[in-house]
Design a protein around this ligand. Structure first.
Ligand SMILES: [Zn+2]
Length: 252
């Protein structure tokens, strides 16, 4: 799992198995922690635009009602991702005033869903591919749209036809459903402690907000809503509010 580069996950040991660490943050966002027989670890999602070099984790140790702050450094290594050139509908590159207003209204809603936090630890960090098909665009690709470099690809695309089932990558709770300008019909599933999976461009959604889902539960169907060049599933995985490479979690 230790993949300490932009778009990856740093596994940082914070202490022994009996550690009294109460909470950990990275860039002011809560971080998932994991206690095993070998020790107590933070699993830190590293943003695609993170700078290689040293970064700091902040934590709080609680012992007998006394709280102590601490800081731990970890190193982010460089990683180069390939570029992908695409031709898209110019509407998505030069949104109209109406579209721009919609995009701005949607940003805080999406940020809130991405940064959802629940205290219970995930039952597992192993995820299943939500829809079976060819992986058509890997995570991290630098996107060149109609000749302009744009935000990198923050998920994994699976080429599947409209109507194909989309299933929960692991057990969790549906914390948000929405229909967004770029993402189209979207479902956010919380697996615990900021470990969230996102399913976008759906043609149909079969779950409700608040619903508890089992691994493999039907969430909806593949579609072509939002910014797409054709029907596919775009699947995102979040840790501490940051998109990380879904392939790091796939069952091997
Ligand atoms: Zn995608």
């Amino acid at each position: 799992m230790h993949a300490p580069y932009p778009g990856g996950v740093a596994v940082v040991k914070l202490g022994e198995a009996d550690s009294q660490v109460a909470s950990v943050t990275f860039n002011d966002k809560r971080v998932l922690t994991l206690r095993t027989s070998e020790g107590f670890y933070a699993l830190v999602g590293i943003a695609l635009d993170a700078t290689p070099g040293p970064h700091k984790l902040h934590g709080v140790v609680e012992n007998g009602g006394i709280k102590l702050d601490f800081t731990t450094a970890f190193e982010v290594k460089a990683k180069a991702y390939p570029a992908q050139h695409l031709k898209i509908n110019p509407r998505f590159l030069q949104p109209s005033k109406t579209d721009q207003e919609r995009i701005e209204r949607e940003v805080p809603i999406i940020v809130k869903a991405r940064e959802h936090w629940s205290d219970a630890a995930p039952a597992t960090l192993t995820l299943d591919l939500p829809s079976v098909g060819r992986l058509s665009a890997r995570f991290g690709l630098r996107r060149v749209l109609n000749g302009q470099e744009r935000a990198p690809h923050a998920g994994l695309d699976v080429a599947v036809p409209t109507g194909a089932p989309v299933r929960a990558a692991a057990a969790g709770r549906v914390v948000h459903i929405g229909d967004f300008f770029y993402a189209g019909q979207s479902v956010f599933v919380d697996h615990g402690q900021g470990f969230i999976t996102v399913y976008i461009h759906l043609s149909r959604i079969d779950v409700r907000e608040g619903e508890i889902v089992e691994r493999g539960a039907l969430l909806g169907a593949v579609g072509a809503t939002g910014l797409v060049t054709g029907p596919h599933l775009h699947w995102g995985v979040l840790l501490n509010g940051t998109y990380v490479d879904p392939e790091l979690f796939l069952r091997r």
